[in-house]
Design a protein around this ligand. Structure first.
Ligand code: GRF
Length: 194
């Protein structure tokens, strides 16, 4: 583990299923001077996730986990987390639901980013649902993960105005930009309290 003056860096694992733009952004933040965390492990349930290419490029160890059996999958993940001495997990577009027992074993140490202003629009298709309901704002939320979907304590949120001609696609691009600002900020806040 790399050392800062007087304290150790926190070892972070990022869980992904797809593009990995949040992963890339978090890696870039971890490489900044004075960063308090290292990304030591990337977990993906999807062997075709583009994020795996990003992990490779930055020489971060990644592990593809077969999710046919969720209990086996989580057992393997826990083994990797232990091996890499992971202190904190960041879910970033990870499309699998963690079991109660997994969450319990990392209690208060799992964060997620969700593309809505929680508690509104939990689950999928958040932007289309917000547009269909004529909402004025969409946004994103970083929260702790508990056993209920998208329901853990909120760490930070950012609002994004929905414009008249916004499609779900346009809106998701605008929100994603904000996600890339919000996630490192939230992580910093969490690390300050560890
Ligand atoms: C993001 O919109 C995030 O909020 C959601 O999944 C998407 C992941 O995007 N949970 P990326 O893979 O980080 O580009």
């Amino acid at each position: 583990m790399q050392k800062l003056i007087g304290f150790k860096k926190i070892n972070v694992a990022v869980f992904i299923s797809g593009t990995g733009s949040n992963l890339k952004n978090l890696i870039n933040h971890s490489l900044k001077k004075n960063s308090k965390f290292n990304i030591c492990l990337v977990i993906s349930n999807n062997s075709k996730a583009k994020g795996l290419i990003i992990a490779k490029k930055y020489e971060i160890y990644s592990k593809i986990i077969n999710y046919k059996n969720i209990l086996d999958a989580e057992k393997k993940i826990l083994k990797e987390l232990k091996r890499k001495k992971i202190n904190l997990i960041c879910l970033a577009g990870f499309m699998k639901i963690l079991t109660y027992s997994f969450i319990k074993s990392f209690k208060g140490k799992i964060l997620n980013i969700h593309p809505s202003l929680l508690p509104q629009y939990k689950g999928l298709n958040t932007h289309q649902r917000a547009i269909d309901n004529n909402e004025k704002f969409a946004g994103c939320t970083v929260h702790y993960v508990n056993s209920k979907l998208d329901s853990g304590k909120i760490i930070l949120q950012k609002k994004v105005r929905i414009l008249k001609n916004d499609t779900s696609n346009k809106l998701s691009k605008k929100v994603l930009k904000q996600e890339h600002i919000l996630y490192p900020k939230a992580l910093k806040k969490v690390l300050a309290n560890l």
